[in-house]
Design a binder for this molecule. Structure first.
Ligand code: UDX
Length: 436
């Protein structure tokens, strides 16, 4: 008989995992404490924007295999329980806040049937899984706990879940590994690499991967700073070094840096945990990675001040992009929105456009100006800032926008626009890391 699965926490990770596991043929029950979220998901509606997931969710709800509830006792039937709750940055420091993970495990513990396996997918500080396993051993000695980090990218959530580039499982015995092999059989059969690790290594794999990615982005942004100082062009530099397969050309896009719900908080939590473990020095470089990343936001503001004046109070600035990256409506730690808010705090009138993230941006910064179209956004602007590289911005016609703005000045904070096209249309075009 096929295994029954539960998914605890139905945010980005959980909703995706639940729908994808249902699409593999499993009966899945998704549980979340937020009744509004559950009501939407139960109707097959997605509470956030993610390409492809909306149709998958609706289709899986129709099959009857996928259901959602706020009632934790509903997990009693399930054999495998995936913990997919958030681990945000603590309010009072760099460390991860584990409240939701701990309460999720505590909430399901009384309902676990004998032989069931709890599988953590949330990103946690190393050592958490062992602690939870010990706790579970006391409350539900007949169950077991494993860790199975998730590497999905927003915008590619379904693809990354159903065809990941690897599956990593942290287990303490063969039985737990075999249960996970049964769950992931269709994905393993595609030839997906399977890595069995111990619990601490599986937790570390996730934060190590995100630290590496953050480092790559901050590396190219550091090169952008040097290019600006030396009269170079970081886009040409990135292309040239990227041809070396040991370096590779992905994640070398210089600009206003990384944001989102993962990279920034994960590198900070990793530093905090290393310090607790007495390995602080090993991760000191991540402090610099974080600093370079935040400096990129400041550098855009510096260019704005150079182009206009230090006193921004009489200027209107159009900001294209609010999401932390394209194909997402997520504004968590969004560099674009942070820059928009800082410019407004400095006195500028700021109008923001984004194809999907306006609603979330408005919740976060209700006093910013928002526009429903690019044309409305740039109207009478003294300067345009391009901060999230949505495809529709790359396809803009600089000639048609020219008549709408007060001054034809654009700063490309993502190195994604066609500089020649904008210059030919008479625009002053600036980009981070490019001096000419
Ligand atoms: C990331 C990891 O990629 C994923 O594996 C993990 O599971 C969760 O965290 P995500 O947050 O969706 O995924 O975004 P990602 O595509 O990694 O981009 C992160 C940030 O880096 C974005 O703000 C993006 O704009 C920025 N970025 C990315 C750059 O500034 N330059 C680049 O070259 C690439």
């Amino acid at each position: 008989m096929s295994l029954k699965l539960s998914v605890i926490g139905c945010g980005y990770l959980g909703a995706t995992h639940a729908a994808c596991m249902s699409s593999l043929g499993f009966e899945v029950i998704g549980v979340d404490t937020d009744p509004d979220k559950i009501a939407m998901l139960s109707k097959g509606e997605l509470p956030f924007y993610e390409p492809g997931l909306d149709t998958l969710l609706a289709a899986e709800i129709k099959t009857g295999r996928l259901t959602f509830t706020t009632d934790f006792s509903a997990v009693a039937d399930a054999d495998v329980h995936f913990i997919c709750v958030g681990t945000p940055q603590s309010k009072d420091g760099l460390a991860a806040d584990l409240t939701y993970v701990k309460s999720a495990v505590a909430a399901i513990a009384p309902h676990l049937k004998s032989g069931s396996l709890v599988v953590g997918k949330s990103t946690v500080p190393v050592g958490t899984a062992q602690g939870l396993r010990d706790q579970l051993a006391k409350s539900s000695p007949e169950s077991d706990l494993a860790w199975n980090p998730e590497f999905l990218r927003e915008g590619f959530a379904v693809e990354d879940t159903l065809t990941p580039n690897r599956l990593v499982v942290g287990v303490t015995n063969d039985r737990a590994e075999n249960i996970l092999k049964e769950v992931y059989k269709p994905i393993i059969d595609l030839g997906t690499p399977w890595i069995r690790a111990d619990l601490p290594t599986s937790e570390l794999v996730k934060v190590a991967a995100n630290s590496f990615l953050a480092t790559k982005i901050s590396f190219i942004n550091a090169m952008a700073e040097v290019c600006e100082a030396a009269g170079g062009d970081v886009t040409v530099l990135a292309k040239a070094i990227g041809y070396d397969p040991r370096i590779g050309n992905r994640f070398l896009q210089a600009g206003i840096g990384f944001g989102g719900g993962c990279l920034p908080k994960d590198i900070r939590a990793f530093m905090a945990r290393a310090e607790e473990l007495g390995a602080k020095q090993a991760l000191e470089f991540l402090r610099e990675i974080d600093a370079i990343n935040l400096r990129a936001r400041q550098r855009v503001i510096d260019v704005v001040r150079t182009e206009l004046t230090d006193d921004l109070t009489k200027y209107t600035i159009a900001v294209l992009g609010a999401a932390f990256k394209p194909d997402s409506d997520d504004v968590r730690d969004s560099p674009a929105l942070d820059i928009a808010a800082q410019l407004q705090a400095a006195g500028a009138s700021v109008v923001v456009h984004d194809p999907k993230a306006i609603e979330n941006a408005r919740k976060r910064f209700p006093k910013l100006g928002f526009a429903g179209s690019v044309q409305e956004c740039v109207k009478n602007a003294d300067l345009i800032l391009h901060l999230t590289e949505w495809r529709e911005y790359r396809e803009l016609d600089p000639n048609s926008l020219a008549s709408l703005v007060k001054r034809k000045i654009i700063i490309d904070g993502r190195n994604a626009l066609d500089r020649d096209k904008w210059r030919e249309a008479g625009w002053q075009f600036h980009a981070l890391g490019r001096t000419d």
